[in-house]
Write a protein that binds this ligand. Structure first.
Ligand code: RB5
Length: 144
């Protein structure tokens, strides 16, 4: 599985933590789309770049991180074909995969503890979509 990852400056430290975790899993290839420091940048640019990598098929899933995860998830969800779930718990990560078939995960570098963020990432990657009634709903999302 190819995972694209991106952040703004507010998510940079957590992006590095998540990127190292992903590299250590051995079952995913990571494409890091920046940013590469804590110098101030604009989160819509990074959210869009990651979302376009997923929507175009260059990556199977995307992970985006800003200070709260809010702005960068809004940016990602503006790209057609993207279902980006902002998660602050492992339960949300599980349900955004099972029910929303989320192809992107957003987290907050200033709001989510790094250890919890790695658990959220693990659950997001290892949980399958349930399909069934949820497929009808994600099809409605994809029509928008
Ligand atoms: C940047 O200061 C901050 O606004 C950004 O990282 C994010 O939290 C926006 O939603």
């Amino acid at each position: 599985m190819i995972i694209a990852i991106a952040s703004d400056h507010g998510g940079y430290q957590l992006k590095e933590t998540v990127r190292k975790y992903l590299a250590g899993r051995g079952d995913v290839k990571v494409v890091d789309l920046g940013t590469n420091s804590e110098e101030s940048v604009d989160y819509p640019i990074y959210g869009r770049a990651c979302a376009e990598a997923v929507a175009s098929g260059k990556a199977d899933r995307g992970i985006v991180i800003c200070g709260t995860g809010i702005g960068i998830s809004i940016a990602a969800n503006k790209v057609k074909g993207i279902r980006c779930g902002l998660c602050t718990s492992t339960e949300m990560a599980e349900l955004t995969r099972k029910h929303n078939n989320a192809n992107m995960l957003a987290m907050g570098g200033r709001t989510t503890d790094p250890e919890l963020a790695l658990e959220i990432t693990r659950v997001f990657l290892d949980t399958e979509f349930e399909g069934g009634r949820h497929k009808r709903r994600t099809d409605l999302l994809d029509e928008m």
